[in-house]
Structure formats: structure tokens, C-alpha cells
Design a protein around this ligand. Structure first.
Ligand code: C2O
Ligand code: CU
Length: 504
């Protein structure tokens, strides 16, 4: 009898906390991202609101600014397009069709071209993507209302609905767009495309005179890489992409990695320069050969390659399965092997002013990625944690407009994560305590290997509520997400399964 009572008590002592954990891990069917997480203000001075009043956070007070109010200037757009999304079957290789999502009938969708300073207006129409869709402008520091995150900056656009995105393309560079509703599925199925912002005529080039001359008449080659099932494609087609470039002239190959893992890129048959990373020019990019550039998920790398003088070809190898072939008349060439050495952006190029002083940061945060046993939405397992919390109880980093912010991204989770902050570019200060010594390394998609810690900094100059998540999108779905919020900004949108908004 006594034994049974003791056994019962022991069982209860184990079960009751488990049931409680299970219960409290349930993700609400509908919730506001500003009220879900663990608010963190970092170390730094007292927070003041946008209009200078003392610290109120989000909430529903009258002084608060809604994300809806954070918009581009009014006026006629310089670039205006309509993008219509559809669910349809697409032939990737002759004879092989896949279930895909298209933009204006193709996947990837059309490459959107703008010139620096242009006001861009995209009318997005969802013709037939079930469950709704959005467009997010990956790497573009858009005003928050145009960020395209379902449940944070807008509601998912239902079938038959539309939404207008407006932003100024203030930074020249290579970007991409993709849906941010059920993104792990919609991105994989191709609801995406490239975005190229050309420098305004006469804009200075960060690479000295010879680079400027080569860039000036380089053939511009967007190279969006995406897997449809097992097939790796470049600009929607498997195999090589030949580009006709006369000997001595250069091609600027804009590599965009839209997949969930890293994409190693190298050049066979010529030297190259890495002239831009994540849309930002590299300062004084030296010529290198036999080095692989590792492009993180979501990241971009612009390679400048001169067509060989002897009329042979240079192969910009995209992971080894396909290549951009730079040369004359699309001459065929044999694939080349990945070089052993890797180009390290931490030491590549030469230093230049950062435009911020990280030694005088107003706020500093830790973003520690871990993995721990527990419950997530009632499911037991090993789950991602951010600063020890499991989704949706993940951090909400709060900043004030104008803050210089430092963040240490520390990965102790056993696998690498490509970390992506919306609405801002961060500059890498150090990796594992080793200070950056090359060109300023501005990034929006940063591969943080297991056991690595990156110190980064940015200026909080774009008010809103912004996601800060892993761009290995299945990881994001599993809760590897946090947010950045400016004091005094609120969102009227809700996420969660009952809300219809499921950004990841
Ligand atoms: Cu490219 Cu939050 O995403
Ligand atoms: Cu990840």
C-alpha cells in the first residue's frame, strides 16, 4: 500500500511539471509579436520614445506609432510594376514538371531593376497561392510597412487580394524578393526573384580606378540560384549559363543564394574580385584566385570576372552543379574543382570608415542560439533556444531610434545558422574575438558556424518591428526567430494559426 502511494507520488512529481511545461509551451492561435516574447533592452541608457518621451514600450498608448504609418514618401513612383503570384506546374527540365509558385508566370519571377534613389512601387496580386502570400525585399532597408512579413507588418494577401509595396531603393546592390508567408514552403516552391539596384550615374566606386573602369562597362549578370527538388538551377534553368563577354571585358556576376544551405562559389580559369557582399560594395577588393566564396542562405556575392584575353572561358562555379560561363560565344568548358582555400571577408579588402562608433554603443545585446530538450507547442523534442527561451517566448530586442547597437551572435546549438536581420545592415566587428581587418564587412545574411561568435554593430535608423531570424527556413519554422522593436512602435497585426498569418 505504502509503496503504491510513494510510487504514485513520484509519478505525480514527474508528470505534473511535464504537463505544466507541455501546457505552457502551447503557441496561442493568435497573438501579437510585440507581446509574446521576452523583452530585452540590453545594456545602455534609458529608453526614450520616438517623440522623446520617457520609456513606454509598444502597447496601445496614444503616442505609439503603428507599423502602418512607417511608409515611403508619397508621390509618383519611378519604377512601377505589378507582380501576380500563382500556383502552377512548371517545367524545370524538359519533361520534368514541379508544383511551383510563379510571379508573372515564371519562377524565379522577373528580375526587378531600379536605379539608386528610385521610388519603387510593386502591386502584388495573389491570384492562386493557397493560404495567402506576401513579398519581402530581402536585404533592402525598406520602410517597415513594406517589409512584407505576414502577421508583423501586414496580413497575408489572400487569393484574390492585393497589396502595394512602396520603398526607395536608396542603396545600390544585389537583393532578392520572396514571400514571407509560410516562407519555408513558398520560397522552396519558387515564390521569389532577383532585385538589382544600379548605382546612380556618377556614384563613386569603392575599389579604386582599375576596378571602377572594369565595373563601368561590365556585363551585368544576375545569377539567382535555387533548387527545385534535387535540381539546382541558375536563373531558373539547370546546367550552365553562358554569357557572351569579349576578351578583356568583365562580367559582374550577382550570385543570389535562395536555398537553405551555404553555396560555395569559385572561379575556374581566371582570377576574380569579390566586389560586393549582401548589396554593399567591398572597399578595395584585391584580385584573388583559387579561393571559394561561401555564400550563406539568403546572402549575395558579386564577383567581377574578366573574360580571358586568349579567348578561353572563365567559369563562375555555383556549388559545382552549374556555372556562369564568361567568355565568347558561350564556349563550352569543363567543370572545375573547388579550391581548398576559402576567401575570408574578415580580412579581405582594406579598412574604411564605418560611419558608426562601436566603442560608444548605446545598447548591446546577446543573441545566443542553443538547443535544448523541452516542449514547443506541446511537442516534446530538442528545440532551438534564443537566450535560453523557446518560441514564441523568444527575445524582443528593444532599441530607440538613433541608437548604435552592438550584438553578439553566439551559436552553441551544434549546427550552423545563417542569421538575417530585417531592415538593417550590420557590420562585422569580430569573429571569435578576432577583430575584422579588411574592408568593412556589411552584411544582412551572416553564416554563424557552430561554436562561433560574431560581434556585429548597426545603427537603429529604420523604426519598426523587424524579424531577426535564421534563414535556413525550416529552422525558422522550428522557432529560430527573434525580433527587434523600436520603442513606441506597435503593430496591429496578429500571427498564429488562427490568424491566417504564419510568416515562417
Ligand atoms: Cu529573406 Cu525574414 O527573410
Ligand atoms: Cu538555423
Amino acid at each position: 500500500m505504502l509503496r503504491r502511494v510513494v510510487a504514485g507520488l513520484v509519478a505525480a512529481a514527474v508528470l505534473v511539471p511535464l504537463v505544466l511545461l507541455w501546457q505552457t509551451s502551447r503557441v496561442p492561435g493568435r497573438f501579437s509579436v510585440t507581446e509574446a516574447g521576452a523583452l530585452e533592452r540590453g545594456s545602455g541608457p534609458r529608453v526614450t520614445t520616438l517623440d522623446g518621451h520617457d520609456g513606454h514600450t509598444g502597447g496601445h498608448d496614444a503616442a505609439a506609432t503603428s507599423v502602418d504609418a512607417l511608409v515611403a514618401p508619397s508621390g509618383p513612383p519611378d519604377v512601377a510594376v505589378t507582380f501576380t503570384a500563382r500556383a502552377e506546374r512548371v517545367e524545370i527540365v524538359p519533361g520534368t514538371t514541379v508544383d511551383a509558385y510563379t510571379v508573372n508566370g515564371t519562377t524565379p519571377g522577373p528580375t526587378l531593376h531600379a536605379t539608386q534613389g528610385d521610388l519603387v512601387e510593386v502591386t502584388f496580386v495573389n491570384e492562386s497561392v493557397p493560404g495567402g502570400a506576401t513579398l519581402h525585399w530581402h536585404g533592402v532597408d525598406v520602410p517597415n510597412a513594406a517589409d512584407g512579413v505576414a502577421g508583423v507588418t501586414q496580413d497575408a494577401v489572400p487569393v484574390g487580394g492585393s497589396f502595394t509595396y512602396r520603398f526607395v531603393a536608396s542603396d545600390a546592390g544585389t537583393y532578392w524578393y520572396h514571400s514571407h508567408q509560410v516562407s519555408h514552403e513558398q520560397v522552396r516552391k519558387g515564390l521569389l526573384g532577383a532585385l538589382v539596384v544600379s548605382p546612380s550615374p556618377g556614384a563613386p566606386v569603392a575599389g579604386g580606378r582599375d576596378v571602377a573602369r572594369l565595373l563601368g562597362d561590365a556585363v551585368d549578370v544576375p545569377a539567382l540560384v535555387h533548387r527545385y527538388g534535387p535540381r539546382r538551377t541558375v536563373q531558373g534553368a539547370p546546367g550552365d549559363l553562358p554569357v557572351d563577354v569579349p576578351a578583356g571585358r568583365a562580367a559582374r556576376v550577382r550570385v543570389i543564394n535562395t536555398d537553405n544551405g551555404v553555396l560555395p562559389v569559385w572561379v575556374g580559369g581566371a582570377a576574380f574580385r569579390l566586389v560586393a557582399v549582401d548589396g554593399t560594395d567591398v572597399h578595395d577588393p584585391p584580385e584573388v584566385r583559387d579561393r571559394a566564396v561561401v555564400v550563406p542562405a539568403g546572402g549575395r556575392a558579386d564577383l567581377l570576372v574578366v573574360a580571358p584575353a586568349d579567348g578561353s572561358t572563365a567559369r563562375v562555379e555555383l556549388g559545382g552543379a552549374s556555372a556562369v560561363v564568361v567568355g565568347q560565344d558561350g564556349a563550352a568548358s569543363a567543370p572545375t574543382r573547388r579550391p581548398k582555400a576559402t576567401l575570408d571577408p574578415l580580412t579581405y579588402g582594406t579598412p574604411a570608415p564605418l560611419g558608426l562608433d562601436p566603442a560608444r554603443a548605446d545598447r548591446s545585446f546577446d543573441y545566443v542560439v542553443g538547443r535544448a530538450p523541452g516542449f514547443l507547442d506541446g511537442k516534446p523534442g530538442m528545440h532551438w533556444t534564443v537566450n535560453g527561451h523557446t518560441y514564441p517566448d523568444v527575445p524582443m530586442f528593444e532599441v530607440a531610434q538613433g541608437d548604435v547597437v552592438r550584438m553578439r551572435i553566439d551559436n552553441r546549438s551544434g549546427v550552423p545558422h545563417p542569421m538575417h536581420l530585417h531592415g538593417h545592415h550590420v557590420v562585422v566587428l569580430a569573429r571569435d574575438g578576432v577583430a575584422a581587418s579588411g574592408s568593412p564587412w556589411w552584411t544582412d545574411s551572416l553564416e554563424v558556424g557552430d561554436g562561433e561568435a560574431y560581434d556585429v554593430a548597426f545603427v537603429a535608423d529604420n523604426p519598426g518591428v523587424w524579424m531577426d531570424h535564421c534563414h535556413n527556413l525550416p529552422h525558422a519554422t522550428q522557432g529560430l526567430v527573434a525580433h527587434l522593436m523600436y520603442t513606441g512602435v506597435t503593430t496591429p497585426y496578429l500571427l498564429g494559426h488562427d490568424s491566417g498569418n504564419v510568416p515562417e
